[in-house]
Ligand binder design. Sequence first.
Ligand SMILES: Cc1cc2nc3c(=O)[nH]c(=O)nc-3n(C[C@H](O)[C@H](O)[C@H](O)COP(=O)(O)OP(=O)(O)OC[C@H]3O[C@@H](n4cnc5c(N)ncnc54)[C@H](O)[C@@H]3O)c2cc1C
Length: 381
Amino acid sequence: MSTKNILVIGGGIGGISAAIAMRNKGFNVKVVELQADMHSSVFGVGIIQPVNALRALEAIGCADACMNAGYATRAWGKMLDFEGKEVREIPGAAIPGSELPPMNGLTRPKLHEILTKKAREVGVVIEYSKTFTEIADNGENVRVAFSDGTSGVFDFVVGADGTYSKVRTHVLGIDLKPTYNGQSAFRVNIPRRIPGQMDIDRIILQRGPEGMAGYVPIGPELAYMFYNSEWEQGTWLEQDSMAEVLCDKLKGFGGLTGAVRDHHIKDSSAVVFRPIDWMIAPPPWHKNRIVLLGDAAHAFLPHLGQGAAQAIEDGVVLAECLDSSSDPDVAFQEYTDRRYERCRLVIQCCVDIGEWEKGRKPGFDNIAATQKVIETMVQPI
Ligand SMILES: Cc1cc2nc3c(=O)[nH]c(=O)nc-3n(C[C@H](O)[C@H](O)[C@H](O)COP(=O)(O)OP(=O)(O)OC[C@H]3O[C@@H](n4cnc5c(N)ncnc54)[C@H](O)[C@@H]3O)c2cc1C
């Protein structure tokens, strides 16, 4: 039997992880990425890697490198009140029989470097500044024309081109638009140890009347702060006003957030502001020989740090399914069956947490909901 050729469209966390997983199963894999290089589409801020992300990264040989480059915690997190007093613990959960920590944090550029290095080591071909212009699936194979004038024939195509995926329309037959949840997120890197404040050695959440501040360790000396708050859809902020706007939003916070606001948010160019959009494609996530993965199939809200985690899990499961059946309908159906409900559950919980953060879900217990999702995520994929 000849080796199957797979094209992955999109070289983000999901696309590269899937490419490694499929290459490790013996497939020939090429990735085309719209951006000019591995860093062009990546913000310098950090990313949470819950234990299930680490398990999936372990499966593609990247977990140790991530933990060495980041900060692995001993517990999931804790919650502070507006003044800065600790009010609750969030223990997280362990994977039975595994020594992986509850979570690791690292910078996004580092994660991309680790994944890209591994992909090249195992023989994945990555081409930058390139996308598809036409895609034609005749049931036997998929003919793809590229933006650089070249073309190719592939056995399967994986659409890993993110929340605003262009491949998605070819699979679903409709232009499915993401939903804005009413919140946008600020993110900025800060020192991990703030003088006079508690060590950021796990996720720390601090809720204010208008939004949720959070802290994630991403290296021995580095952490990042996020702040989710309500904004009208389409709000755009001048880059050079970011620090001022964020500090204004954080008025009144005491404790850790007060100290960060007063001493560590000075450089507007270092602050990222992004709307929170979400979407889950209805099953199945494939049509004939084209399949969706990562944010192209399910764009996550950031509230549980699970978007990239689920994208990496997608890649591992997709590779297993393609390895176990040569019939794409069977393989891709099994893939969706194993992925859809898990992703839907996390997205629903994030939507609920977002509503609660906006003050629209009184009585909701965000810690209990978070803990329940983590306990579900440590179950086998
Ligand atoms: C504020 C915020 C915070 C988050 N924090 C976390 C976190 O802490 N932990 C976590 O697990 N998740 C987090 N996420 C979610 C996570 O970033 C995404 O789920 C993850 O990046 C999805 O990876 P992906 O590869 O599917 O998509 P993307 O990262 O969007 O990658 C898609 C890639 O495809 C490329 N592309 C797009 N169109 C084309 C095309 N036509 N042709 C070729 N290439 C194309 C893009 O340039 C990009 O490189 C967060 C999200 C947000 C918004």
